[in-house]
Design a protein around this ligand. Structure first.
Ligand code: ADP
Ligand code: MG
Length: 393
């Protein structure tokens, strides 16, 4: 693909996105292109450019200098586009087709031109409809093991690792997580949103100093443990699926953090399904169990193949896995609470039409979230975690 240098940053329109696609020579000269802005996300513009004759498409994602959902009053660095494109390319070197191919990226224009996945469905939307995705946990377990292992000190030369730490320093996006996941939901913050019926549950949460102390410890881990390059926002809205394939998108929150964070966020977003859809509970619990099993088996396999002297020290792998497991449970607990009473809610819970059932499901998420945070070190195995979720849902 010929690369033509473009002008300085300005937000694209449907027309200028077509001009860009032509200039990048992604399609044959003279072909008719159409374009639609399809971003249903919170932060960015997403353009779908399609060649009329063949139906072949591309995606052009562009960061705005503010959060799209709020507007210019919430400025946000366009650096996130550089982080996203860089993370997608690096992840692809470890997981192949589990992430979309990046055709072109330009940090100055804050754009990433990538593979069109519109034939697939966003996992959250499909699961809400009751679709089954047999490959989901196998693929996400593999994605987690490969990206987290191969970007860590267990795999990389220390100089390379530190280069990546610098490249993926992402303070503004991390602050969003620090505030919205680890701080605001546990205090009476203006950003919180919840139904009147949940007031008592929330008040009790805010007065629970055991929970608050454990969340402070988890937040410290998020702030200080640069263990591996995280996706940073691995919920079911960041995953495209069909019956046979899985593709992880949107790593603009990527940074070096604790291994358990991505695993915990994914598990929590499956928990919302288990809680909101009793008829799918067994399938979802199986996915949770399988995600951990595939992650730990694959991570261990990579570890055993390593030539680093420390990786042969008895008990070291078990220590890393146990710590990651406990962290995952704790981070899942924070996500359960955040998505129920914090700023960004999830459709899994919001779409429960019956008011009483919705409140009940949300109460379960708060109670389960608290228990996951406080008991994370007492849960001995993935079966133990599944039993705990079962006892609530
Ligand atoms: P944001 O970071 O703003 O949340 P996302 O990366 O989540 O943006 O994308 C928003 C939406 O745009 C997705 O939910 C999906 O509908 C669409 N989209 C994003 N990337 C692709 C892609 N590669 N192929 C097809 N659709 C995409
Ligand atoms: Mg995003």
């Amino acid at each position: 693909m010929a690369i033509t240098k473009l002008n300085t940053y300005q937000p694209l329109t449907e027309q200028s996105a077509i001009v860009l696609a032509i200039r990048l020579r992604i399609f044959e000269d003279g072909t008719l292109l159409t374009c639609k802005e399809i971003g249903d996300g919170n932060l960015n513009l997403v353009f779908h450019v399609v060649e009329s004759e063949t139906g072949k498409g591309i995606i052009i994602k562009q960061a705005l200098p503010y959060a799209k959902v709020v507007g210019e009053s919430w400025p946000l660095t366009i650096e996130r586009a550089r982080i996203e494109a860089g993370a997608l390319k690096l992840q692809r070197s470890f997981v192949g087709d589990l992430v979309p191919e990046v055709y072109y990226s330009d940090p100055a224009l804050a754009i990433t031109v990538m593979e069109d996945l519109s034939a697939l469905t966003i996992a959250r939307a499909g699961l809400i409809k009751g679709e089954k995705y047999p490959q989901l946990s196998q693929d996400i377990g593999t994605f987690l093991a490969n990206t987290l292992y191969f970007t860590s000190d267990y795999a990389l030369h220390p100089f390379k690792k530190k280069e990546y730490v610098k490249e993926f320093s992402n303070p503004e996006l991390c602050k969003i997580t620090e505030d919205l996941v680890f701080t605001d939901p546990f205090f009476n913050s203006e950003t919180n949103e919840f139904e009147e019926e949940l007031s008592q549950d929330v008040q009790k949460l805010w007065e629970d100093f055991t929970v608050k102390l454990e969340v402070a410890k988890l937040k410290k881990s998020f702030l200080t443990e640069g263990e591996a390059l995280l996706h940073g926002d691995l919920h079911t809205g960041s995953i495209f699926v069909d019956q046979n394939q899985t593709k992880v998108i949107d790593p603009e929150f990527a940074f070096y953090g604790p291994i358990g964070f991505d695993i915990g966020q994914f598990i929590a977003n499956l928990i919302f399904q288990a809680v909101s859809k009793p008829e799918e509970k067994d399938t979802i619990l199986h996915h949770i169990q399988n995600t951990w099993n595939v992650f730990s088996t694959t991570f261990s396999k990579h570890w055993m193949e390593s030539r680093d002297a420390y990786t042969k020290v008895n008990g070291y792998l078990e220590y890393v896995l146990e710590k990651s497991f406990q962290d995952s449970i704790g981070f899942a607990g924070c996500e359960c609470i955040r998505r129920t009473i914090g700023l960004a809610h999830v459709e899994d819970l919001e779409s429960i039409a019956d008011q009483e059932q919705r409140i009940k499901a949300k109460r379960t998420c708060i109670a389960l979230g608290k228990e996951l945070i406080v008991k994370r070190k007492q849960i001995q195995s993935i079966e133990g975690l599944i039993s705990l979720i079962q006892s609530h849902s």
